[in-house]
Design a protein around this ligand. Structure first.
Ligand code: ZN
Length: 338
């Protein structure tokens, strides 16, 4: 059996190389890491087990009967999950990948985005299987320029064994890059010297959304103060956030409906730590259930963070964050939480 897993986080537009590959001096140094181990003789933190399988299936909405009850097997796409080190990491990790990343950081390629993964399944995994694995840096690409920026694609390959037998292979590819410079607004005129602080710290700028071919219509809606929900052209299922195809029927056809703007807090978290520049914790991040039935992650404003509650009615407003950024957020409905 050899199945290839789904690719994810792919966007052919933002990650398609533009122009020629560049083979440079740094590339020659990076290339020496090909074939070096990133993890050696690591052991899975847990045996393959039913609780993790159940949590995975619930999170994925996978109701396949093969993953439940006596004789259950693990979903093949869980392959990577059995190798994850959690917060404490794995004792078998070796430093080649850290060195490779340090080289790239030092050369200015400090950002990272996961681009895709490929999996090959060689045998089914069952509760009780003991997982061991090795990871190797398989390849480093020449320098490439994408819409996100310029950098190098790095592929690692993890060979997974169960009870010592080959069970599958997991390839994971990232782009380590220097972001393309954002267009900068014209600088404001400087005040007279007497009014300037002695040392003016640079103002932190809120992170920009990544706008690409798959979601640009959403942001065009925001610019017109509309929260646009995608509607499948096949089965009419609504979806948010925007995706290239329908998760229910697979149709790539869609149109949009504008959200009425009313909703309720379905769930929320209060961010205390870690502090991010341009954010002022504590603040509430809500999972808002819109009147149309889809859910949307956004800030809950207009109410103290500790007064946000599940079920609270909220209304859509557009928050002007700075000259270059406006965001749809949700304000507690009148009379709520104060
Ligand atoms: Zn559909």
């Amino acid at each position: 059996m050899a199945l290839t897993g789904d690719k994810y986080l792919t966007d052919s537009q933002i990650l398609r190389p533009e122009g020629d590959e560049v083979t440079d001096e740094l590339y020659a140094r990076l290339k020496r890491y090909e074939g070096r181990p990133a993890a050696r003789s690591c052991e899975g933190k847990d045996l393959v087990n039913e609780p993790m399988i159940r949590h995975w299936c619930e999170a994925m909405g996978d109701t396949n009967a093969a993953y439940r009850g006596p004789g259950a097997v693990a979903p093949p796409t869980m392959l990577q999950a059995w190798t994850m080190g959690g917060l404490s990491g794995h004792s078998g990790r070796v430093s080649a990948q850290d060195e490779l990343f340090a080289l790239l950081d030092a050369a200015g390629f400090r950002s990272v985005v996961a681009t895709d993964c490929e999996q090959e399944y060689l045998r089914q995994l069952r509760p009780g299987d003991r997982i061991t694995f090795d990871t190797v840096i398989e390849s480093v690409s020449p320098r490439k320029t994408t819409k996100l920026g310029t950098g190098y694609f790095i592929t690692t390959r993890t060979d997974v064994r169960a009870g010592g037998e080959p069970a599958g292979t997991h390839r994971f590819r990232i782009l380590k890059y220097a972001p393309a410079p954002a267009p900068r607004p014209a600088p404001a005129p400087r005040p007279p010297a007497a009014l300037r602080p002695v040392a003016e710290p640079p103002a932190a700028v809120r992170p920009r959304p990544v706008v690409n071919r798959d979601n640009e219509g959403f942001w065009q809606g925001v610019a017109r103060h509309q929260l646009l929900i995608q509607r499948c052209g096949g089965c009419r299922t609504l979806r948010l956030p925007w995706l290239p195809g329908c998760g229910a029927c697979g149709s790539p056809e869609w149109d949009t409906v504008a959200a009425s703007g009313s909703g309720t807090v379905f769930s929320y978290v209060v961010m205390h730590h870690p502090p991010f520049p341009a954010f002022d914790p504590p603040y509430a991040v809500g999972l808002i259930e819109l009147a149309e039935g889809v859910r949307f992650v956004s800030n809950v404003v207009g109410v103290p963070y500790d007064k946000v509650r599940i079920g609270m009615p909220v209304d859509l407003v557009f928050l002007r964050v700075d000259d270059g950024l406006e965001l749809p957020v949700f304000r507690a409905a009148a009379g709520e939480g104060v």
